[in-house]
Design a protein around this ligand. Structure first.
Ligand code: ATP
Ligand code: MG
Length: 526
């Protein structure tokens, strides 16, 4: 029997029933009685047949989910107004585990954690349901990751590339641009035949509304479903939301579609689970999380996959987000999720504050499988970028101490500064893979040294414009797009065009005061 503050009358009833049934075979009841209720958690008596995760029906249209199966008692979490449930109420089994609507009718819609629409656009026209808990695809069902999932962010696609079916964690302190990266990745899927699911867990409702608005404006909502369990909702709903999201994605994967799913964020998900577990009186462990908190996220992220033809042939790429405290990636939940995912994009607060956005820390970020999925042109041109940045950061730290630097050190520093400027990218401005390859060629050729650091962003924009809009540029762009790789001839042709652009940029800058950047004669040498 559970030891809780229990209504005397209820105990009486329970004991009476037990006495009545004494000596008889165990009676398996389909109904139960609420013994205690509070904080969104109910302890129940009866319901001996209830299954783990089963949906229970309480009076007043309140639903609950079985989470604790104990001898003589059942612990359930409520997914509705718990003030409508009283001690002594009768609870019924539904015989079903929690399910959600799935299918194409969900595209463009905003639903709650149970798949019920909350966008005021009427019911969802789908008859297909799937249980939200499912075992992930097995080894035999999976294919290796070899197609890129383009985020449109140069600093990610070139250095920490993501492949379809991969799980890449986005991790960083609060307000470091984590959500921005995920939303940009969704927006970049326009015209790429990838469906998206954005799961908001414990976010402010106003933030979710803004995100939906942004996706609509960008034209990305047509192929996106938003699952929202906001901060004001009960912990059980926040707990279920990501499973509902991945279930919606799985239906598409089984039909052969590629899906991108964002869990924003799993720190709040873990906190919701901890709340439930403590209320259910499970033993608290490290940081008061229950012992199975690892399983909470592993069984979710394992469901990301790229499956073979027999299993539908689609893929689910997952971008979970984790918020750190003061950059501490060795805390409990961050280390758990880092160990489950295939790499992480680490965002540094200090870079973000100094204006480097996206604030990707290339030293701490890694993609363990994605490079197999990069297009060849980017692989050819971006291969050494990470190393060059690492050299820059190392030398920059040294250069602080002395002013007398030799020529080659100075060159590495100048080059690094320019790379960092070129990797800065505004929100909602994806860059195509071919444009990225061209920018990377400009970096690799070191031609950018002829332009002052402040002009890098201007130069990048004009480069993209030129190769997309001018007839000569577009011709080369199309050639590269067709080949997806550079050969010697193509490289030379693109370089020649980049040089023309450089000269134009220098001429333009020449009209202004150029003296602060050094001797103009030098710049005219190219
Ligand atoms: P939270 O911890 O609150 O969830 P977050 O890490 O998800 O924050 P965002 O909300 O994505 O961070 O971004 C924080 C702010 O920085 C926003 O105002 C956003 O517009 C801005 N921002 C993010 N990325 C960029 C960028 N590349 N360029 C300019 N501004 C950006
Ligand atoms: Mg955010």
């Amino acid at each position: 029997m559970i030891i809780l503050a229990i209504n005397i009358k209820d105990i009486f009833e329970v004991i009476e029933q037990q006495i009545k049934n004494y000596g008889k075979d165990i009676v398996h009841t389909e109904d139960g009685t609420v013994v205690t209720v509070g904080d969104g958690v109910a302890m129940l008596y009866g319901l001996e047949n209830a299954m783990m995760g089963e949906l229970l029906i309480f009076p007043n249209d309140v639903y609950g989910m079985v989470l604790n199966l104990e001898e003589g008692a059942i612990g359930a979490v409520l997914m509705g107004d718990d003030s409508l449930v009283k001690e002594g109420d009768i609870v019924k089994r539904s015989g079903k585990v929690v399910e959600t609507l799935v299918g194409d009718a969900l595209l463009g819609r905003v639903v709650n954690a149970l798949g019920v629409p909350i966008d005021g656009n009427g019911p969802i026209n789908s008859k297909e349901f799937r249980p939200v808990e499912k075992i992930a695809s097995g080894v035999m069902a999976r294919k290796s990751v070899e197609e890129p999932l383009e985020t449109g962010i140069l600093g990610i696609d070139a250095i920490i590339p993501i492949g379809k079916g991969q799980r890449e964690l986005i991790i960083g302190d609060r307000q470091t641009g984590k959500t921005a990266i995920a939303i940009d990745a969704i927006i970049n899927q326009i015209g790429k035949n990838v469906k998206c699911v954005y799961v908001a867990i414990g976010q402010k409702e106003s933030t979710v509304v803004q995100i939906v608005e942004k996706l609509k404006q960008a034209g990305a909502m047509e192929f996106t479903t938003v699952v929202s369990a906001s901060a004001s909702e009960l912990a059980p709903l926040q707990y279920i939301a990501p499973y509902t999201g991945v279930t919606i994605a799985e239906e598409w994967m089984s039909k052969g579609d590629d899906v991108l799913i964002v869990y924003d964020d799993l720190s709040k998900h873990a906190v919701a689970y901890r709340t439930m577990a403590l209320l259910l009186r499970r033993a608290p462990g490290r940081e008061a999380y229950p012992g199975d908190v690892f399983y909470l996220h592993s069984r979710l992220l394992e469901r990301a996959a790229r499956v073979t033809k027999e299993f539908g042939g689609g893929s689910i790429t997952a971008l979970p987000i984790i918020e750190t405290q003061a950059g501490d990636i060795s805390a409990y939940i961050p280390t758990n999720v880092i160990s489950i995912t295939d790499g992480q994009i680490f965002l540094s607060e200090s870079s973000f504050k100094s204006g480097v956005r996206p604030a990707v820390d290339t030293g701490l970020s890694v993609s363990r499988v994605g490079s197999a999925a990069q297009i060849k042109a980017i692989k050819q041109m971006g291969g050494t970028l990470k190393l060059e940045l690492a050299q820059y950061y190392e030398l920059a730290a040294f250069a602080k101490f002395g002013s007398d630097l030799d020529e080659s050190t100075q060159q590495t520093l100048e080059h690094g500064k320019r790379i960092i400027e070129l990797l800065k990218q505004r929100q909602y401005r994806p860059i195509s893979q071919i444009d990225q390859a061209i920018i990377l060629l400009a970096i690799k050729s070191r031609l950018i040294k002829w332009l002052p650091v402040d002009f890098m962003s201007y130069f990048k924009d004009s480069l993209i414009h030129h190769f997309n809009k001018s007839p000569e540029g577009k011709k080369l762009w199309t050639r590269l797009d067709k080949a997806q790789a550079f050969d010697d001839k193509l490289e030379q042709d693109v370089l020649a065009e980049i040089k023309i652009m450089l000269k134009r940029a220098i001429k333009l800058i020449d009209k202004y005061d150029y003296s602060q950047y050094g001797k103009i004669e030098e710049y005219k040498k190219i």
